[in-house]
Design a protein around this ligand. Structure first.
Ligand code: ATP
Ligand code: MG
Length: 251
């Protein structure tokens, strides 16, 4: 059986891939799944920083260069996700072996999320080859959607299944509406994450958003995306707590 490897891709940089990877991974853990987030953005690694984890004796670099095993580069975060970090300062790294490295049978019971570099450089192409499904992320602006189209084309050509499109900062003064973006990219929207000031606040508190504020608007939308991907039912936990309290009172 193939490992369940999902790449998070964007054409343009800075649209929210690392934020989505980290918080989607935590949401999936909250649905009782084993999840590993891998930093495959080797030139501009950021996954560790989003999780307030900095010092790693072994990284994906050592695994790609065959000096270490993938399991040596697995670290656990207090949220329950495991991560495979990239080094903070990467020299020249060859990502050609990424697919082979992630085909490790010891992680076959986990969902593996790949935080990818933006664009279509060789590093990004190796990430596309390594995954068996993809999520496309864009903001609702013409330049971001135009660049997303290039990556969608490439992913389609490489026969990787696209799970859907996520629009981040969806309430930005948008030049494009949902239907226009869907038809431009030929991909269905599976989630819309609003601009949420808690995203930056959570970073300054050195916590992932999903831990800092699980009910903030972006958290709720990311949880809904996780439910869709996992085919689980999304229930608003805030209401569940009230439901339980009222049930208790009624008795
Ligand atoms: N929904 C959101 N609301 C507000 N700010 C956000 C949101 N999503 C991401 N951001 C902010 O946007 C910036 C870029 O996010 P992030 O680092 O996740 O993007 P990226 O696509 O991984 O970037 P890169 O291409 O450089 O790797 C960060 O400062 C982050 O806090
Ligand atoms: Mg990033």
């Amino acid at each position: 059986m193939e490992n369940n490897i999902i790449g998070i891709f964007s054409g343009k940089g800075g649209v929210g891939k690392t934020t989505l990877t980290v918080n989607l991974a935590i949401s999936m853990v909250q649905f009782n799944k084993n999840v590993i987030a891998v930093d495959t953005d080797l030139k501009m690694s950021g996954l560790g920083l989003h999780l307030n984890m900095y010092k790693f004796p072994t990284t994906i670099n050592d695994v790609l260069s065959s000096t270490k095993n993938l399991l040596d580069a697995l670290y656990i975060h207090s949220s329950g996700i495991r991560i495979v970090p990239a080094p903070v300062y990467a020299e020249d790294v060859d990502t050609s072996r990424l697919k082979e490295v992630l085909a490790n049978p010891y992680i076959s019971n986990s969902y593996v999320l790949l935080d990818s570099p933006p664009g279509l450089e060789k590093n990004a192409i190796d990430v596309i080859s390594a995954c068996n499904s993809a999520i496309i992320l864009t903001t609702p602006e013409v330049p971001a959607v135009t660049d997303a189209l290039k990556i969608v084309d490439k992913i389609n050509k490489m026969n990787v299944n696209i799970l859907g499109l996520v629009i981040n900062m969806s309430d930005k003064d948008s030049q494009l509406d949902d239907e226009e973006i869907e038809s431009a990219l030929g991909v269905k929207i599976i989630g819309k994450i609003p601009f949420d000031k808690n995203v930056r606040k959570s970073l300054s508190f050195r916590q992932p958003l999903m831990i800092y504020n699980p009910y903030s608007p972006a958290s709720v939308e990311i949880k809904k995306i996780a439910a869709k991907i996992l085919n689980e039912k999304y229930e608003n936990e805030k209401f569940l707590i009230f439901k339980r309290i009222f049930k208790g009172i009624k008795k």
